[in-house]
Design a protein around this ligand. Structure first.
Ligand code: PEP
Ligand code: MG
Length: 881
């Protein structure tokens, strides 16, 4: 270290710790680094495998897997050097520590050696962030980027920074008196696979932003300030360690909950439960299979891969089910270069506002197109979400502050978007984590606009293109001429990303997480994309291509026949009437469902009216929305479920207590009963729909008759007050094991039952419906769930009550005969699968259904039930989709 040249504030000169190319930190392919969650710095692409000390100091943290070190100077400045990206996964392989933790080192001393070739093969990137940690009390006055550096070259000059010093004071105030206020402690187990290394430390610290509390993590007699990433790393916590969280201050309880949530939720790719995907038009099974293997983007190497050989079969994850035959078309994302320095605040501000206006105009047009087909609707919804983000005051403020500090509009916007994305990644609410994709998409749209490109120019696609990309953004997909797109194949990406949802809504077969090899395929290479088995077949043999062509032709014919027959009443082969309804969330969806043959709506999730706003909709707004949907159904039955808030559908403005386990907390009817005016307003709105006979009320999360009686009492009061003669039917959701087991008592107070297989499965199998690792096992075909459905149906039959299923299982044609065999009379499904459901039921008799159900109830597990359903009901040519 060459430090203090005068008694004035110390400055620190950092020498290059590596030989290689020095790049802006934004180029690190990891939002935690690029978003500066750990602090500012540069990223060096090393050309030699030795890491040296950039200054004099103490080696305060050597990661157990030896891939990262942190030095602290005598002035308390901390410099983190993280060799490569995701190298913690190597578990120390390829790294040799030369200096030990606690050692005092001098500028230029060797700290560790690493095997450059091994890292090039095994890590997603060699870029090595060299970071001045955010709580160091120093900022970078100058840095060398965009050039070669050799070990010892001047890399950065640091000067004291008041804001960062304040952060340091807060972070290091371990001995200071705690923030006054209540205290909270809690134990939490570290779920991060590699313990608390750099990324988890950044996520933990970020989760405390905006919370007023002094928070410590204690482990094996040591304590770390939870806001200091270095202290967190130095704690040495490993996967499975039980940590004590200690907080004091006004937000103590929130702080320990936030930390426990981050600690307990391995920072995996965001994945939504099967049901959420079903709500967006994908049958549940797709998401279930897919969520199991989603590959984080960073796992895709950027290195040059050999092209897969003809005849090769690449395994991937199904994002949108189907089969496609076509030719490879590589879709490359434009590289958008962004200069760090601006051309003046006025000029950059004007450019920023112009670019935003262009993007806003395009998004408004796309949002307005919602309603012209399922794909456009899905794209429209996403455009509406992008519009909201484009106006986000915090995001804009961050970008404007950065422009005011002399940065270019592009640099400022990118940094603001990435920092926000990194923060969202740290959150546990899956819906918020989804917005990371939105942010990154919006980042690109604004940057392209700044660069003068109105939109990512739509490429000229050949017919039957199988579009290949590293990852696709929704804006890229909607810009394509989809009439020419046979399928989508991406190297990275997850099955529950927005682009997967749009692809499913557009019925474009898609595979994701195929690995980097797919990027090396030549344009025009013949491909079979089998998004049913989850493989991409490269240059298949002629016989295979022909058989795939024949399958596709037969399917098209069959689908056309099913669609043509979808308007008929659903009957089994022996003439038994089964009603096939749709789950809807808007009037447009209701109209589309009717076109697909829906005979009514079996589940209107009214949450759609309450989410993403600051206060609850009033009676008039609710009534108008319900009326619009009733009208769109053209007189067909409309089942309106009262608000199912809480659990996986938190609503911020409701007075919900902080809960340790929201899935087992105040949710569904419990929330409504705890907020009587909310319930009363909703029931009044429902009673205002005309004709009222079209409507039924459905109550979520029932566990006992008293809850039904309480709602009925409010309804009766309102009927009397409104002088209504008509009685409205009140049904209950069977979503808890309690309600299934007590069905014989509940049918005494309920007019009908509707089984919510999503929650019933979650609570029966004790598996969180949003848990990415458990997703493959969260199968509603589990015999334990089927036994509960059968018991409830038997109880309902004894009392002459109707039983419906409205959870994700009702959207699986394979399950339809089984459910009928269990005694179900009505299925309420995703609109798009209704023609297939009706066709599947038209091929079986009720006796065949019962025989299948009897066997399924004796089966040992869900896989056995699926096999039974397939062998009993598959038509010999192919399994029902
Ligand atoms: C269910 O749990 O199956 C259900 C239909 O309710 P939701 O998915 O809205 O919780
Ligand atoms: Mg439910």
């Amino acid at each position: 270290m060459s430090a203090a040249s005068s008694p004035e504030p110390p400055t620190i000169a950092l020498a290059a710790p590596l030989t290689g190319w020095s790049a802006p930190l934004d180029e690190a392919p990891d939002a935690v680094f690029a978003g500066r969650m750990l602090g500012d710095g540069v990223a060096i692409d090393p050309t030699a495998g030795t890491l040296h000390a950039p200054c004099d100091g103490e080696l305060v943290v050597l990661a157990p897997s030896r891939h990262a070190v942190t030095l602290r100077t005598a002035d308390g400045c901390q410099i983190l050097m993280h060799v490569g990206i995701d190298t913690v996964n190597l578990g120390g392989e390829g790294f040799t520590a030369v200096a030990a933790q606690g050692a005092r080192v001098r500028t230029g001393d060797v700290l560790l050696r690493f095997d450059l070739d091994l890292l090039a093969r095994r890590a997603p990137s060699l870029l090595t962030p060299v970071i001045v940690t955010a709580d160091s009390g120093f900022r970078i006055a100058s840095r060398v980027v965009g050039s070669e550096v050799r070990v010892g070259d001047r890399l950065m000059d640091l000067v004291p920074d008041a804001a960062s010093a304040a952060a340091l004071a807060a972070a290091s105030a371990s001995a200071a008196p705690a923030v006054p206020g209540p205290g909270a402690t809690r134990r939490a187990t570290v779920a991060f696979e590699h313990g608390i290394h750099a990324r988890p430390a950044a996520l933990l610290a970020a989760s405390l932003r905006n919370l007023a509390a002094d928070v410590r993590l204690a482990l094996r007699g040591r304590e770390a300030n939870a806001r200091s990433t270095v202290a967190l790393m130095a704690l040495g916590a490993q996967h499975g360690d039980e940590i004590e969280l200690r907080a004091s201050g006004p937000d103590a309880a929130l702080a320990v909950s936030a930390l426990a949530a981050v600690l307990g939720a391995e920072a995996a790719a965001p994945a939504r439960g099967a049901d959420t995907a079903a709500r967006h038009g994908q049958p549940a099974v797709h998401a279930r299979r897919a969520a199991a293997g989603a590959t984080p983007a960073a796992a895709v190497s950027s290195g040059s891969e050999a092209a897969p050989a003809p005849g090769a079969t690449l395994p991937g994850v199904i994002a949108s089910r189907g089969l496609a035959i076509g030719q490879a078309f590589q879709l490359r994302r434009p590289e958008i270069a962004v200069a760090e320095s601006g051309a003046g605040v006025t000029q950059e501000t004007a450019a920023f506002e112009r670019a935003r206006a262009v993007v806003r105009g395009r998004l408004e047009r796309s949002a307005a197109a919602a309603g012209e087909g399922a794909g456009a609707r899905a794209a429209g919804e996403i455009a509406a979400a992008h519009l909201e983000l484009l106006e986000d005051p915090e995001l804009l403020a961050a970008a404007r502050v950065s422009i005011a500090a002399g940065r270019s509009a592009g640099f400022a916007w990118r940094a603001a978007a990435r920092a926000a994305a990194a923060e969202l990644r740290a959150l546990t609410d899956p819906r918020l984590r989804e917005r990371v994709d939105d942010l990154l998409d919006l980042e690109t749209q604004v940057l392209l606009s700044l660069a003068g490109a109105a939109t990512a120019a739509a490429p000229a696609l050949p017919e039957n293109s199988i579009v290949i990309a590293r990852e696709l953004l929704p804006s890229q997909l909607v810009a394509l001429d989809t009439a020419r797109v046979a399928g989508l194949a991406t190297a990275a990406g997850g099955a529950t990303s927005h682009v997967s949802i749009i692809a499913a809504a557009m019925e474009i077969p898609a595979l994701v997480a195929l690995g980097p090899g797919v990027l090396a395929l030549r344009d025009g290479a013949p491909l079979v994309l089998d998004a049913e088995r989850g493989v991409l077949e490269v240059e298949p043999a002629e016989a295979r291509a022909n058989s795939a062509r024949a399958t596709l032709a037969a399917r098209r014919e069959r689908a056309a026949a099913e669609r043509a027959a979808a308007q008929r009443e659903c009957r089994t082969a022996d003439g038994t009437r089964i009603e096939v309804f749709a789950n809807v969330g808007s009037a447009a969806e209701a109209a589309a469902a009717v076109r697909n043959g829906a005979e009514g709506c079996g589940l209107l999730r009214t949450e759609f009216l309450f989410l993403e706003r600051d206060s609850a909709p009033d009676e008039a707004e609710q009534r108008a929305a319900y009326q619009k949907i009733a009208d769109a159904l053209g007189g067909r039955p409309l089942t309106i479920r009262t608000l199912d808030a809480g659990g996986d559908k938190p609503i911020a403005y409701l007075p919900q207590p902080a809960e340790e386990n929201p899935a087992l907390g105040l949710r569904g009817v419990r929330t409504s009963l705890a907020n009587p005016s909310l319930l009363e307003t909703q029931l009044r709105a429902i009673l205002g729909v005309r004709p009222l006979e079209q409507c039924r009320v459905l109550l979520p999360m029932i566990t006992e008759a008293a809850e039904v009686a309480a709602v009925r009492a409010v309804l009766e009061e309102l009927r009397a007050e409104l002088a209504l003669k008509q009685r409205i039917e009140v049904g209950i959701m069977i979503e808890t094991p309690a309600s299934a087991v007590l069905a014989d008592r509940l049918v005494e107070v309920a007019d009908f039952l509707s089984v919510g297989t999503n929650d019933l499965t979650q609570y029966t199998l004790a598996m969180d419906r949003g848990h990415p690792q458990l997703a493959p096992r969260l199968d509603a075909m589990h015999p334990a769930v089927l036994r509960l459905i059968e018991g409830a149906a038997r109880a309902a039959a004894a009392r002459g009550r109707m039983v419906a299923v409205c959870g994700g299982l009702a959207s699986e044609p394979l399950a339809a005969p089984l459910l009928v065999g269990l005694g179900v009379h009505e299925l309420s499904a995703v609109g798009a699968v209704i023609p297939q459901l009706k066709a599947a039921l038209g091929r079986v008799t009720v006796e065949q259904c019962r025989e299948l159900a009897r066997a399924a109830l004796r089966a040992a597990d869900a896989a056995a039930v699926r096999a039974l359903a397939q062998s009993a009901l598959g038509d010999g040519r192919e399994v029902p989709r």
